[in-house]
Design a protein around this ligand. Structure first.
Ligand code: PGA
Length: 241
């Protein structure tokens, strides 16, 4: 695990966008693992800027998003479908047919999850997986638990996650369940880039980087990934010593 510390979210975005640029310009049919939340927003802004400048194209790329809420209409302002379109897809040349976002309204969620993992395999596996980290150490919606999850699955969200994300749900109740790529789905990515900013993430970052590898801090599993970078600001890195 490589740790890089920066002064600002913009510097992190630039370095993270460099990782995507290197991939997009060297492998036409590359497979992107994408994340939602506040952490990746500056990176998506930078990728849109580079797309507009003619530096990168998403024309032949595919994307797979980490997670989606269950039983939230796809076009709800807080769905991750909406988030990804507003923050990236509507502003670049990605082919909608190559965009994969879990359907949290699928009748058969087990099938939806199995089909998602199969689609990742069929695309050749994820080249770069972007991650945020929850204040409780979650990655995707893999919440602290007694065991590491395997493939994509339906998860009950913890109180900590509901508290963190309910600020966005001003008009309707926040869903209590989500579909998420599992720990093993995430660990199969060829490269993983995790972004964490702000003091609220410092404890989770410390546990992920310096603590024991335990499903009680799901991000700690990344210590076992052969090609993983943490991009942190000084506040998120403040407990690393
Ligand atoms: P955030 O969420 O980027 O909005 O802080 C990260 C996460 O919960 O995984």
């Amino acid at each position: 695990m490589e740790i890089k510390v920066f002064d600002s979210p913009e510097e992190i975005a630039s370095v993270c966008a460099d990782e995507f640029t290197a991939l997009l310009t060297s492998k036409e049919n590359c497979v992107l693992g994408l994340a939602t939340g506040a952490s990746p927003v500056p990176t998506y802004k930078e990728l849109v800027r580079r797309y507009n400048a003619g530096v990168i194209s998403f024309k032949h790329a595919s994307s797979f998003n980490l997670d989606e809420y269950v039983e939230l209409p796809r076009n709800d302002k807080n769905s991750y479908y909406t988030f990804m379109h507003e923050n990236l897809f509507n502003s670049v040349d990605i082919d909608e047919a190559n965009v994969h976002i879990l359907n949290g309204n699928a009748e058969d969620t087990a099938k939806e999850c199995a089909d998602f993992d199969a689609a990742i395999e069929a695309a050749g596996g994820i080249d770069i997986q972007l991650l945020g980290i929850g204040t409780n150490g979650h990655i995707g919606f893999n919440e602290p638990s007694s065991s590491f999850s395997d493939g994509t699955f339906k998860v009950k969200l913890t109180d900590s996650t509901i508290k963190s994300n309910s600020i966005y749900f001003t008009e309707n109740a926040m869903p209590r369940y989500a579909l998420t790529m599992g720990i093993q789905s995430i660990m199969k990515a060829k490269k993983i880039v995790l972004i964490a900013t702000g003091a609220s993430k410092a404890e989770a970052v410390k546990n992920a980087v310096k603590g024991e590898v335990t499903p009680m801090c799901p991000a700690s599993v990344l210590q076992n990934h052969p090609n993983c970078i943490f991009l942190l600001d000084t506040a998120a890195a403040s407990l690393l010593g």
